[in-house]
Design a protein around this ligand. Sequence first.
Ligand code: FPP
Length: 239
Amino acid sequence: MSGPVDDRSGRSGRPRHVAIIMDGNGRWAKKRLLPRIAGHRAGAEALRRTIRAAGQLGIEVLTLYAFSSENWRRPASEIADLMGLLRHYIRAEIAEIAEAGIRLRIIGDYRRFEPDVVTLIDDAVMRTAGNSGTTLVIALNYGAQDEIVRAVRAIAAEGLDPAAIDVDTIGARLDTADLPPLDLLIRTSGERRLSNFLLWQAAYAELLFVDTLWPDFDAAALTAAVNDFVTRERRYGGL
Ligand code: FPP
């Protein structure tokens, strides 16, 4: 079995790949006696700010949990609101994203969304495919256990010799194949769970839980997270 590679960012290295569980939109709205959708709209603004800040901080890959495979359990009206916001967001932002040299990628089983949303997403991914700036990975209808199940099914379908299956065999069939290893995973809003996000990829990631509600997250918060990361010593099971 292959061990961790030596070129991962160690102490004082900057994180190449940062992921965020954007949590707390509902509580942000509740505190202001606003409907939940107002929290999601404010969350979309935080998303814009954070994408811009990631580019300025030289983060190569920013992966964001926008819709989990468990979010279907929310009331239909909230799911419709989130889909409406996603449509609006892609239409409104894609020109600026493409212009900024950002490459958009999706992880998760997003083809289960409404056909017009799938088309919008596919067009946006295609339009930015040739860009070489920050890679923006949006997790849509994503669940890490589902991702691993899909990878294992692919391996079974290929009829591989069980003895030949190692960590890389699985990694290469995950939605994140060919992305750099995850360095830093942030969750906002004070919750301390991974909630089925990047379970495989988080094996050696540094975890950071901040109390900030997602709509309040900004460039200063991302900079603070990066500064926290660089003070940590990563040992990957060694000494
Ligand atoms: C968590 O807040 C957030 C989400 C479930 C969705 C994330 C959505 C955005 C950041 C808005 C932009 C969205 C798109 C699709 C472009 P929560 O509702 O779980 O908050 P709570 O835990 O306080 O209720």
